[in-house]
Write a protein that binds this ligand. Structure first.
Ligand code: TYM
Length: 338
């Protein structure tokens, strides 16, 4: 069989399980925005079905889904250039996930570090959905035959599993139907760390609000969190190697570089030799200037969620033009009578 060529297509998703953080913005959304101007079809998704693998209050889930959509749009994702959807309005994601539940192996799923982290010590009490989560994620991507998936570093293992599922499906059925998707993990901030502890990822689930910058934080809050961010007593180095054993310093420089579309080397050329007392106000000013316009646009969009609901409805219709034929063909390959 000849290897099919797949349309260059980008898919990525974010869970509406709380507010957006600077980690989500720099690790994911900023990349989503730039990829819509490259030679790709782009589809971006609020993964509401993933969110309920851990219990969500229904009113919060509804609000968080709309707020996440507002965050996407306010950050520069254009509903004219990209398909914007919430997962549950495109049922083919869940339908393909069932088939992938039957392709993925228990042993593969047991190795997933995100499940181990999220389930914690009491894995017996975790939902079955949390365990099967990566099969749904593979379905999100492969129901579009997506070729590229921009994500932060923490999603790498899930993308390797996605490739394993695609390869096993193709092998088991003797087809070349699903592409082996490329992860796109690029830029200065693929792993933004907590402001309180440079060894922990910045996360919406950290109990300390001071550990993260939320996209809805106001200017004073952003400045205060940066002022209080953990650092070390030394001045900033002039070259990137000087950050190797300084996780907190490295994190702040990475954040600066990513916000300002610079490399770490370029940033250090300008600020090398400075103490944190001088660098932190620069970083705070930069963060406020980049994030404030986004949070005010989010607030404007949230004032009338009907506009967001319309965008998501239209996105679902466009998405299903792609997903319905791919699901149909999958069923045919598997042997379902149609
Ligand atoms: P989620 O919702 O945890 O995070 C969304 C995106 O933000 C990135 N990210 C970070 N990047 C850098 N530094 C951080 N501190 C940081 N925190 C989060 C994540 O890497 C991710 O790109 N399983 C996914 C959602 C998902 C998905 C998909 C992604 C479901 N289906 C299909 C891609 C394709 C998740 O929980 O992301």
């Amino acid at each position: 069989m000849t290897t099919p060529t797949f349309t260059p297509r980008v898919f990525s998703g974010i869970q509406p399980s709380g507010g957006l953080t600077l980690g989500n913005y720099l690790g994911a959304i900023k990349r989503f925005v730039s990829m819509q101007d490259e030679a790709f079809e782009t589809i971006y998704c609020m993964v509401d079905l993933h969110a309920i693998t851990v219990w969500q209050d229904p009113a919060d889930l509804r609000r968080n889904t709309r707020e996440l959509a507002a965050g996407f749009i306010a950050s520069g994702i254009s509903p004219e250039k990209s398909i914007l959807i919430n997962q549950s309005q495109v049922p083919e994601h869940a339908q393909l996930a069932w088939i992938f539940n039957c392709v993925a192996r228990m042993g593969w799923m047991k190795r997933m570090t995100q499940f181990k982290d999220k389930a914690g010590k009491n894995a017996e009490a975790a939902s079955l959905g949390l365990f099967g989560y990566p099969a749904l994620m593979a379905a999100d991507i492969l129901i579009y035959h997506a070729t590229h998936v921009p994500v932060g570093e923490d999603q790498k293992q899930h993308l390797e599993l996605t490739r394993d599922i695609a390869a096993k499906f193709n092998h088991d059925y003797g087809v070349d139907f699903f592409p082996l998707t490329e992860p796109v993990i690029e830029g200065a901030a693929t792993r933004v760390m907590s402001l309180r502890d440079g060894s922990k990822k910045m996360s919406k689930s950290d109990p300390s609000d001071a550990s993260r910058i939320n996209m809805t934080d106001d200017a004073d809050t952003i400045a205060k969190k940066i002022r209080k961010a953990k650092t070390d007593p030394d001045a900033l180095p002039s070259e990137a190697e000087g950050l190797a054993d300084r996780p907190e310093a490295r994190n702040l420089v990475n954040i600066y570089a990513a916000l300002n579309d610079q490399s770490v080397a370029e940033v250090l050329r300008d600020v090398g030799g400075q103490q944190f007392g001088a660098f932190k106000p620069l970083l705070a000013e930069l963060a406020v200037s980049k994030l404030s316009p986004i949070s005010s646009e989010m607030a404007r969009l949230m004032a009338d969620p009907s506009e967001i609901d319309q965008i998501l409805k239209r996105g679902a219709r466009q998405a299903r033009d792609i997903t319905a034929p791919i699901l149909e063909k999958t069923y045919e390959i598997v042997g379902m009578v149609r």
